[in-house]
Structure formats: C-alpha cells, structure tokens
Design a protein around this ligand. Structure first.
Ligand code: GSH
Length: 224
C-alpha cells in the first residue's frame, strides 16, 4: 500500500443506498467488492417509488441511486464520484490508474463506457419503459420529463455503435483501457447486462466482447 494511504476500518458506518437490480448501483457494489470493502446497504425500490419518498429525497433531492453516506453524514450521489472517493481512501487494488498516461487512458475508457454505453442504453430504456412515462430523464423527479420515442431510436443507434467500437477495442487489447482490469471494465460489463433490458446485448458475432465478459464474470465482484 502506498505511503500515507488509509484503509476503511471495520468500524466505518458508511451507508450505501442501493437497488439490487439497478445498473448504476451495481457499478458501486462491484467496485466495493473489488476493493474488499463492506458497507451497510439500504435497498430502495425504484419500481415501487421508494426513490421519490420524502425521506430519500431529503438525502438525495435528485432521487437517484446509488448514494453513499459517509460517517460524518456527507452525501456522495454519483457512481464514479463514490468510486473515486473509495479509491482515494483505499488505494489498493488500484482501479483508476497509476501513471499519468494510465490514469488518462482509464479516464477516457471509463467516459466512453458511461457516455457512449450506459447513457445510450438508458436513453432507450427511459423512453420506452412504462414506469418512466413522466420521468424519462434520470434524476428528473419534480419537473416531469415525458418520453420522446425518437430518443429511443437514437439510443439504439448509439448503443449499436458503442458495442461495435467495444468489439474493436477488445480485439486489440485484453481489457477496455489496456492490459489490466480497471473501473472502465466495471462500467462496460454492466453495460452488457443493462443492454439485455432493451434486447440489444452483444451476441456471438462479437467474440472479443464474449471473451472479455467471460473473464469478468469469473471475478467474484461480478456477483455483487
Ligand atoms: N450518473 C448517475 C446516474 C444515476 C441513475 O440514473 N440511477 C438510476 C438507477 S440505475 C436511478 O436512480 N433512477 C431513478 C430515477 O431516475 O427515477 C450515477 O452514475 O450515479
């Protein structure tokens, strides 16, 4: 472990507001599992409207999951911000890069997985799923964002391109950001599971994605 780093003690009272089936909270659970950090989980059921209840909105007015509440009550409300915090307090195993170049490569790959993958898939799901008929934009509780069918069409175009690009990347290297597992693989792996919700999961015509998925599925964190 690097000098000056701290680890999270078992006395930590951090709480993760989570939903078992939701993709973004799962990113944080996988990250925690890779780090070997245990936190108390509070299950919030989005489908039952638990994220729109006053007690949860008092914690996160955007009404989104995941949320990590620190020992002193500080609220962190974005998956990658939560992961960065955890990496800073417990640097090993390293998941965000070590050298300036590796940090940049992982950041770039992570953004591609999130912006080109997660958001494109969410764009489809949120614009077709009956549950989100008046809340098609994540975090739009309170203002109302109606579904726009054309956005689902755009989401499908972007998702198809995302998987084609991912296949090309994984044909030339083992992991999304290079030759080792990183936070970008967590986001990418969860994209492949999330894409099943909209029936666009990559198939046998993408053998490099299949090989990489199998490798990640073998990691204990994939069960988180
Ligand atoms: N960029 C956010 C996205 C969070 C997000 O969209 N979470 C979804 C669950 S996967 C959510 O809370 N949806 C509930 C809603 O928008 O009503 C993050 O990564 O934390």
């Amino acid at each position: 472990m690097r000098q000056g780093s701290r680890t999270l003690g078992s006395q930590s009272k951090m709480k993760l507001y989570d939903m078992d089936k939701a993709p973004n909270p799962r990113r944080v659970r996988m990250f925690l599992a890779e780090k070997g950090i245990a936190v108390e989980r509070v299950e919030i059921d989005i489908m039952a409207g638990g994220n729109l209840q006053p007690d949860f909105l008092a914690i996160n007015p955007r009404g989104t999951l995941p949320v990590l509440v620190l020992d002193d009550g500080t609220v962190l409300d974005e998956s990658i911000a939560i992961c960065r915090y955890l990496e800073a307090v417990q640097p090993e195993p390293n998941l965000f890069g070590r050298t300036p170049l590796e940090i940049a490569r992982i950041e770039s790959a992570q953004r591609h997985m999130e912006l080109d993958g997660m958001y494109a898939i969410a764009m489809i799901h949120r614009n077709v799923a009956p549950h989100f008929v008046t809340r098609s934009a994540p975090g739009s509780a309170g203002i109302g964002t109606t579904q726009i069918p054309e956005l689902a069409v755009r989401g499908e175009q972007l998702t198809r391109r995302f998987f084609a690009d991912l296949e090309t990347t994984l044909a030339r290297q083992e992991y999304v950001a290079g030759d080792r597992f990183s936070v970008a693989d967590i986001t990418g792996y969860i994209c492949t599971a999330f894409a099943r919700w909209v029936k666009l999961a990559p198939g046998d015509d993408m053998p490099n994605i299949a090989r990489w998925r199998t490798a990640i599925a073998a990691r204990p964190s994939s069960k988180a």
